[in-house]
Write a new protein. Structure first.
Length: 475
């Protein structure tokens, strides 16, 4: 920990540090694959903490630790307090215990998420820091089999991961993770059909002030009846490659200094998976209605809310060496086309994840599922058994040019700056030297500024660059 304290006291130089990390991360897996690097082979079975400590059959203990270095040069966010260059080391540790006394079980999971190297001009919020807190603490009841399937009831704090993860997700890349407090009922049968109902109070991560977050201070997360999230999700299979999903989520938000969102979001999804030599694809659409405010200001009026989002993609995996896969996708999430009409048309992504299709989050997070019109071309390769390379190009435009580029807080209410935010290029390399135990990943993103960034009144106007390297140890 002393080493990371030193990092917190010294400003990291982004370009030399990033270059060294990326060269190391790229060279090691490639030389390991062609036999030039001789090392002991990985164990045939992954190392697990439960086996090492000799847990009884009713107890399983596990965990994960991730160390990641991130650097951003060319800040795109409008906030004047944010420095043009930002680089931080982020640590996330998860420790979990599961017990099973059939038909009763339970889970306790602790998260410790910290950041080092931040200063007064750094991006720092509760999506990055959450020191020593309960991520999950719940009891489950297996209610038996009837009506053709198994029934399960859960009560307590949990991390939800539903469907495509676009609206409800357990965050993977982000340093902190969403969790929810409430009750959760699940029915599923052997054919893959399921029904999921839940009512929860989303966890609010603490503390919220910048000084406490910078010092990695601790305060217990909590929840409040002023913020409620509930809904249902169902799914099933048409055949072994095609499955469907339908859902409806409700969000109720009250209290001062909130957007007072009272939203209902129904949606449908259809997925076609594919093996090498086959096409694959996906389509998802959701409509959102209710009431909301355009900001958290006490004086902001409550507006009628009507918005929607859609995703469509198609791809093909070639049955040749390296298994190259090519995917073309288009994402749309409505924006508020007229700020003066008494309606809010900006889609709210609720508790969804973004990294799997929009690029890294963390210090980056340039693209979000809100006020977006964006095609993407993505290519992935497997040059080795445990190596994967992903490259993506995305054209980023606003669905409503008078609304905000939501992740940056940049807006031109006149619309004269146009809708072209820019062009994002992403590259990622994943290497599993010890599969299911150790993963090393490096990558980055580059955003070429479009006319909207250059001409909007509070836009920064320049290109933005981001890089990261991380190590994840699972035990």
């Amino acid at each position: 920990m002393a080493a990371f304290g030193f990092l917190g006291a010294q400003r990291l130089s982004p370009l030399p540090s990033l270059s060294a990390f990326l060269l190391l991360a790229v060279a090691l897996p490639l030389t390991a694959q062609d036999g030039k690097t001789k090392s002991a082979p990985p164990p045939s079975q992954p190392w697990r903490l439960s086996q090492a400590v000799g847990c009884p059959p009713w107890l399983k203990v596990s965990g994960e630790h991730r160390t990641r270095f991130e650097t951003l040069n060319g800040q795109f966010r409008a906030a004047p307090t944010l420095a043009d260059t930002d680089d931080q080391v982020m640590l996330r540790t998860l420790l979990r215990a599961d017990v099973d006394f059939d038909p009763v079980g339970g889970t306790v999971e602790v998260i410790d998420a910290r950041a080092y190297g931040s200063d007064d001009g750094s991006l720092l919020d509760t999506s990055i820091v959450d020191t020593v807190d309960l991520l999950q603490a719940h009891v489950t009841f297996a209610l038996g089999k009837f009506a053709g399937g198994e029934h399960r009831l859960l009560a307590g704090r949990e991390a939800l991961d539903l469907g495509s993860r676009r609206l409800v997700a357990r965050n993977a890349y982000r340093n902190t993770i969403n969790s929810f407090n409430g009750v959760d009922y699940l029915w599923q049968d052997d054919a893959g059909t399921s029904a999921h109902l839940f009512w929860t109070l989303p966890t609010m991560r603490r503390p919220g002030d910048f000084a406490s977050l910078r010092d990695n201070d601790h305060d217990w997360d909590d929840q409040d009846l002023d913020l409620q999230f509930m809904g249902g999700h169902a799914g099933g299979r048409f055949d072994e490659r095609t499955h469907w999903e339908g859902y409806a989520y409700g969000l109720y938000e009250h209290g001062t200094n909130t957007r007072r969102r009272r939203l209902v979001t129904p949606g449908l999804r259809l997925v076609r998976t594919g093996k090498p030599g086959q096409f694959f694809g996906e389509i998802e659409a959701a409509y959102q209605f209710g009431e909301s405010k355009s900001s958290t200001s006490v004086t902001a009026p409550e507006l009628d809310h009507s918005a929607w989002f859609g995703h469509v993609s198609v791809g093909f995996t070639f049955d040749v060496a390296w298994q190259p896969a090519v995917r073309l996708a288009y994402d749309y999430a409505s924006g508020d086309s007229d700020p003066n009409d008494g309606d809010n048309g900006r889609f709210d992504t609720l508790f969804g994840a973004r990294r799997f299709e929009y690029g890294p989050t963390g210090l980056w997070g340039a693209v979000a599922r809100s006020n977006l019109s964006s095609p993407e071309l993505r290519v992935s390769l497997k040059p080795g058994k445990n190596v994967r390379v992903i490259a993506a190009y995305r054209d980023v435009r606003l669905a409503a040019e008078r609304d905000t580029w939501t992740t940056a807080g940049v807006r031109d209410s006149s619309g004269s700056a146009g809708d072209h935010v820019g062009q994002q290029v992403e590259l990622r390399l994943q290497w599993d030297p010890w599969p299911k135990n150790l993963r090393i990943e490096a990558g980055g993103a580059y955003l070429v500024a479009g006319r909207f960034q250059e001409d909007a009144p509070n836009g920064r106007g320049g290109d933005s660059r981001y890089g990261y390297v991380e190590m994840v140890w699972t035990f």
